[in-house]
Write a protein that binds this ligand. Structure first.
Ligand code: ATP
Ligand code: NMN
Length: 175
């Protein structure tokens, strides 16, 4: 039995992540999806809460023939103990999947095997691109699984990211 661990911010969970998970499913029996920066929300870079990202991932992965666990992970301000933090919150895992150089380094220093994954259609399949399209009013829905589109709609996510991306409205002078 092999259990994998795939970490990301998933702001939002998109088709690139989904392709990676489908590939990982060929290599492991179970997968922990670690939702990084789970304490961050309501900003342009991190619009969705940990709970909203749990919904996106749980619903998007429902059809996969793979046991998955979505685990929210708050950031901590000490990289040297981050892997211990992850381990304290996650089911045990045998191999971690990431392309993030800091994450790779921290897991390798902790003696955990790390595997990279190929990038799919990275020109457009990027959280940053999707958030920019939401703000601009361009079509972003084709870049995410249907389940994610539904969650964004349920939480009024497009209106939220547009509102928080706005600069302060000038106060009207009284005199
Ligand atoms: N299009 C993609 N194809 C394959 N892997 C991807 C793709 N986009 C992101 N990943 C990988 O998924 C993991 C989590 O990514 P993350 O949540 O930061 O998404 P992102 O699209 O890079 O987001 P952002 O643009 O918000 O930084 C990382 O290891 C990242 O390399
Ligand atoms: N010290 C820490 O809290 C720490 C260290 C390394 C990675 N992380 C988190 O892991 C996640 C990595 O995901 P990405 O590969 O999508 O950047 C991010 O949410 C990042 O904040 C946190």
């Amino acid at each position: 039995m092999t259990r994998g661990f795939y970490i990301g911010r998933f702001q939002p969970y998109h088709q690139g992540h989904h392709r990676v998970v489908a590939d990982i499913a060929e290599e492991v029996d179970e997968l922990v999806v670690g939702i990084g920066s789970a304490d961050q929300s309501h900003s342009v870079r991190n619009p969705f809460t940990g709970g909203e990202r749990i919904m996106m991932i749980t619903k998007a992965l429902a059809d996969l023939d793979l046991v998955t666990y979505a685990v929210p992970l708050e950031d901590i301000n000490r990289n040297a103990v981050w892997v211990s933090h992850v381990r304290s919150m996650s089911p045990n895992f045998d191999v971690a999947y990431s392309n993030n150089p800091l994450v790779v380094r921290l897991f390798e220093e902790a003696g955990i095997e790390v595997r990279g994954s190929p990038m799919f259609d990275r020109e457009v399949l990027r959280g940053t691109e999707i958030r920019e399209r939401m703000i601009a009013g361009d079509d972003w829905t084709e870049l995410v699984p249907d389940a994610v589109e539904n969650v964004v709609s349920e939480v009024d996510g497009v209106e939220r990211i547009r509102q928080v991306s706005d600069t302060d409205v000038e106060a009207t002078p009284n005199d």
